[in-house]
Design a binder for this molecule. Structure first.
Ligand code: GLN
Length: 389
């Protein structure tokens, strides 16, 4: 038999998605893969019901249905502080997963270096391998998850092609401060580097933190490839609706990559989501309040159980300290946690370049009753998991 490609041997399947399967297997409350168990907005679902009987069953324009791009351009122009052209500055993709991969394939040649902050969302590792890029990892140092400016500049001195910026960050919950972004922007300009952003948690930010779109920083528009999606904002992770926003010369190339990767995002779902894109500011305020309440509920529950954890400034993930259990493998800990305690989590090692085995990631994008159920189960954590040391 001929051999399979070498590239497939260099990364594993997604541990995040694997933990969802393990959670299902053990009937665990699944706080591993980050997706909500509450309903998307009613208006979007009502529109979906209508759309099934309308004429949206064939391909949309490959880079996105016209009315979807127009509604998206209007919303993001408001937020990003500039006028975005729906025809030349947007590609609609199958989730931000495709957006990030297409962005990488658009700017990176095999052998090019790409700066990635660690911890990082696990897809970026595979994105780098599949596009032939070589990551340069720059640590975000706990507990604040700040970065050392000299270390970052040294990474830039290696002449990378791009920097990947996940802001607000998955898994550490960091919201990059304006001053930090400005420093990154100065380096990007000085060393002539693209910045590919993953801003899927743009609307999930906790006071007093504020999300700053990287493309809105001085001189950054021309070198920023902004990726995001509707998944988290409208609680429709299964719809796979994402997008890239960038200047026309970048979008022209990204359109070609996207066209041959997937042809297009699902037409009926784009049509149904347009009503969501037209929501007023109130919707985003309420979303933020809802997630703030969930964060507070979950953090208080963990505090009551005396489980040490990070406090996110944005996104909906928490890293828990499991060092007291003395497991050598955090993956094994997560399997035992799902099986014996009934809570699904992701091993921290899936996100860090540095060797770690004492952190696990939980998320709180769940109904309050689900979170309370998980907390009740976690109350037995120390009874059900015997320390290994
Ligand atoms: N972003 C989510 C997470 O980190 C899930 C993403 C996915 O599985 N596509 O859990």
């Amino acid at each position: 038999m001929p051999e399979l490609s070498k590239r497939t041997a260099t990364f594993t399947d997604s541990v995040i998605r694997r933990m969802t399967r393990i959670s299902l297997q053990y009937g665990a409350v699944n706080l591993s893969q980050g997706f909500p168990d509450f309903e998307p907005p009613r208006e979007i679902l009502d529109r979906l019901a209508e759309v099934t009987r309308e004429d949206f069953h064939q391909y949309s324009i490959t880079w996105g249905a016209q009315n979807f791009r127009e509604a998206l351009a209007e919303k993001q122009s408001r937020l990003m502080g500039r006028t975005i052209d729906p025809n030349s500055e947007i590609v609609v993709t199958c989730g931000s997963t495709e957006a990030m991969m297409a962005a990488m394939m658009t700017v990176v040649n095999p052998g090019d270096k790409v700066i990635v902050f660690s911890p990082f969302y696990e897809n970026y590792g595979a994105d780098a391998i599949l596009s032939g890029a070589e990551p340069i990892y720059v640590p975000l140092n706990p507990p604040e998850f700040d970065f050392d400016r000299d270390t970052l500049e040294k990474a830039f001195m290696q002449h990378p092609k791009a920097l990947i910026l996940c802001n607000p960050s998955n898994p550490c919950g960091k919201v990059f401060a304006y001053e930090e972004l400005k420093f990154i922007a100065e380096l990007a300009e000085k060393y002539d580097v693209f910045v590919i952003t993953d801003e899927v948690y743009e609307h999930i930010v906790y006071e007093p933190n504020k999300h700053v779109y990287f493309s809105s920083l001085q001189n950054m528009l021309e070198r920023t490839i902004s990726c995001s999606s509707l998944s988290k904002t409208y609680s429709i992770t299964g719809w796979r609706l994402g997008y890239i926003i960038a200047p026309p010369h970048i979008i022209d190339a990204a359109k070609k990559v996207h066209d041959f990767l997937t042809v297009g995002a699902a037409a009926p779902l784009q049509e149904s989501a347009v009503v969501g894109l037209k929501f007023g500011d109130e919707y985003y305020r309420e979303l933020q309040e809802k997630y703030t309440a969930k964060r507070d509920l979950f953090l208080k529950g963990l505090d009551d159980l005396k489980i040490a954890h990070t406090t996110p400034q944005g996104a909906y993930y928490i890293l828990l300290d499991i060092s007291e259990f003395g497991f050598e493998s955090d993956l094994e800990f997560c399997e035992v946690l799902a099986r014996d305690v009934g809570v699904g989590a992701v091993p921290g090692s899936s996100f860090f370049r540095e060797p770690v085995n004492d952190l696990i990631r939980l998320h709180f994008a769940k109904k309050d009753e689900t979170l309370n159920n998980a907390l009740n189960r976690l109350a037995d954590l120390r009874k059900k998991i015997i320390p290994r040391k």
